[in-house]
Ligand binder design. Structure first.
Ligand code: ATP
Ligand code: MG
Length: 227
């Protein structure tokens, strides 16, 4: 028996289904990934994609969004908006993607970050950033130095009464504004809700967004499917 034949017979049913899904360009679930052997038989897409997925996950990108982003429908409005933003050279350096639950914001933001963003583009949830802002100023300022940033889900984070979380967000926005670095924010909030959330019309954040920001709202419904 040849070596590769042996490998083929040794991978399970679940792994074969997962591989077939990958070959069709479909997104894999966590279970699919887990079912795959360390070395897939033959030079499959898996072999080429897996080390990159691992590296992105190690760099802080959420595995689900990385996998989803590898199989995006390229002409979805959120994706084409990110592409246009990139092609414009980030003329407006802050882009806000707004839309309902499951409309594809995190996927589009991750697609941009891993395939278009400048070197060192990183991913952070607003919730994590707000938590850091309360206790760890050094760790927080690290995020101001990255080349590009996805700040996911602004509006769900806890805002402390002393204003530390909002102050940290203001410092972050100022850094990206001043350095003309791309900052991609996602939110479930409406435009008015967002403005109110970040301090209101006359606030330092809203003023910077007016100068360097672009708002893109999608009406898409929840694309998450069961199974
Ligand atoms: N461009 C795309 N092509 C194909 N599928 C997509 C695309 N964008 C998103 N999806 C699918 O839609 C679902 C929801 O996407 P995502 O998690 O990005 O939504 P979201 O807007 O971030 O939601 P939430 O507001 O809950 O955070 C996922 O299952 C994802 O695979
Ligand atoms: Mg999301």
């Amino acid at each position: 028996m040849r070596h590769d034949e042996h490998n083929v017979t040794s991978i399970g049913n679940a792994a074969q289904l997962a591989l077939a899904k990958l070959e069709r360009g479909g997104a894999l679930s966590d279970e699919d990934w887990d079912s795959l052997p360390e070395r897939a038989p033959g030079p499959t897409i898996t072999e080429r994609a897996a080390p990159r997925v691992d590296a992105l996950v190690a760099a802080g990108w959420p595995k689900r969004y990385v996998v989803d982003a590898s199989a995006v429908v390229a002409d979805w409005p959120l994706i084409t908006r990110c592409e246009r933003w990139h092609v414009s050279g980030y003329a407006k350096s802050i882009l806000i993607l707004a839309g309902g639950v499951g409309s594809g914001k995190s996927t589009a933001a991750t697609w941009w970050g891993v395939s278009r963003g400048p070197r060192g583009t990183s991913y952070l949830t607003a919730e994590r950033f707000a938590a850091l802002s309360r206790y760890e100023v050094d760790d927080r300022s690290r995020w101001e130095r990255v080349g590009g940033l996805v700040l996911d889900d602004v509006g769900v984070e806890y805002l402390d009464g002393k204003g530390a979380a909002l102050g940290a967000l203001e410092a972050l926005v100022e850094r990206f504004y001043a350095d003309v670095k791309p900052l991609l924010i996602t939110t479930n909030l409406t435009r008015d809700g967002f403005v109110e959330r970040v301090g209101g019309d006359g606030s330092r954040i809203v003023s910077r967004l007016r100068g360097a920001g672009s708002w893109f709202g999608t009406q898409d419904k929840d694309h998450r499917r069961s199974g």
